[in-house]
Design a protein around this ligand. Structure first.
Ligand code: GAL
Length: 417
């Protein structure tokens, strides 16, 4: 038996260790990675940091797309209690940088050579005024379809390559009484489908004119009416219980043979993998038919909030360095469904969908067919993004027709920008 003195010594040592960890090495991380696949990927990060002696204080705020997380963040910053690191998308990063709330990561970025390996499309958000303020952990893209292979095989449906073939395939599924399109009725999910639909209608030129340049003529054009018509077509293929459903539950419908297709970013692949499903065998991944060769991307970055204490600053730097290491980028993105945020990571460890995603990202980047996701904050500031959400969701839910939606889009964007 250990003596009283011995027990006390162990306790004191443990206390000292935990205190010094808390002061010097903890990172508090605000994020919205709460689904099965997302949590599995987050664990890769937590465990990697643990091996470097960086403690993890978890601050999860559920809700795909991160709107709820951003609301919590605003409250925390207002209270003068910003977390150390925050999962963040696109223009939200710029917004916090403009407000002067983010840390400067230039030292670690220079030491690790980030400038040379992070694609310019990501640096546009990771840097502000020439200073690194965030570390990009991945690149997702939204114009993907996830399909149940056994349902397609049973019905003799080939992978659709055009919008019309896609509609015919969904009709065939619907005719059997099964759900053709698994969908969760939340504004960000409708907007995610809209990313791919807009590309399928008018390509990147139309996408950019309407959603990057916010050109009123493009926003109110016949092509936009057609995009909304396609959204109405998609609406006719979802089940009756779609309202409010979380995206991962929609993925589960495809995984569990209850539905044939889901249009969703490649974080959906994380759910399939978590369920033990294999691409090409159990499920198919392909671009929203009509948007082949184009990529609407969103990159999760960890924005670092300025910290007063040196220990916290050091932990931030260590975390950023760990996130950007090529081996971590491979290990993490294999699980998350995304692809690496640096161009020099080998694709060996990735499955076929991941290899396709990596190849298409670099091709799209070289060909000028890479665009920021409207739905995930890489095309516009939050106010404009939310205005677009409102119109897309209202029309999807039958509040008005396609022509009215296009007209409303023009005025909603005009007011928000
Ligand atoms: C996206 C994010 C992804 C994934 C998804 C659903 O905005 O970039 O990493 O988490 O939301 O939660």
């Amino acid at each position: 038996m250990r003596s009283n003195f011995g027990r006390k010594a162990v306790l004191v040592a443990a206390l000292m260790a935990s205190t010094s960890m808390a002061q010097a090495e903890d990172v508090e991380v605000l994020h919205w990675w709460t689904s099965g696949g997302e949590a599995a990927a987050l664990n890769v990060l937590k465990e990697d940091l643990a091996t470097k002696g960086i403690g993890w204080v978890d601050m999860p705020v559920a809700g795909g797309g991160g709107e709820a997380a951003m609301t919590t963040l605003r409250a925390r910053v207002t209270a003068g209690d910003a977390p150390t690191a925050v999962q963040m998308l696109g223009f939200d990063i710029t917004d916090w940088a403009v407000q002067g709330k983010l840390a400067n990561l230039n030292d670690v970025a220079a030491a690790e050579g980030w400038d040379a390996v992070v694609p310019a499309a990501l640096q546009a958000f990771s840097k502000h005024d020439g200073n690194w303020v965030a570390a990009p952990v991945n690149v997702h893209s939204t114009n993907w379809v996830w399909a149940n292979k056994s349902i397609l095989d049973e019905l003799g449906i080939a992978q659709p390559t055009s919008w019309d073939e896609f509609v015919a395939a969904m009709q065939k599924v619907k005719d059997t009484g099964k759900t053709a399109l698994a969908h969760g009725g939340q504004p960000w999910q409708e907007a995610t489908m809209f990313d791919g639909v807009v590309l399928s209608v008018g390509g990147v030129e139309f996408y950019k004119k309407a959603f990057i340049d916010l050109d009123p003529a493009a926003l109110g054009s016949d092509q936009m009416v057609e995009a909304f018509n396609r959204m109405a077509t998609l609406r006719s293929f979802v089940d009756d219980n779609f309202s409010g459903r979380d995206w991962n539950l929609a993925s589960a419908m495809v995984i569990n043979n209850e539905a044939a297709f889901q249009i969703m970013g490649d974080w959906a692949k994380g759910e399939f993998l978590k369920a033990g499903k294999v691409p090409g065998t159990d499920f198919l991944c392909f671009r929203v038919p009509g948007s082949q060769g184009m990529v609407s991307f969103n990159s999760d970055q960890f924005a670092m909030f300025a910290q007063a204490e040196e220990g916290a600053q050091a932990a931030q730097g260590e975390m950023a360095k760990a996130i950007m290491s090529p081996t971590f980028q491979s290990a993490f993105n294999v699980v998350k469904g995304s692809v690496p945020s640096r161009t020099d990571v080998p694709n060996d460890a990735f499955d076929d969908c991941g290899k396709q995603g990596m190849a298409e990202l670099s091709e799209a980047s070289a060909n000028g067919t890479l665009v920021g996701s409207i739905a995930h904050g890489h095309a516009n500031v939050a106010a404009v993004k939310n205005a677009i959400y409102d119109v897309v969701t209202a029309q999807f839910n039958g509040e008005y027709d396609a022509a009215t939606a296009a007209a409303n889009l023009v005025s909603a964007v005009e007011t928000a920008k």
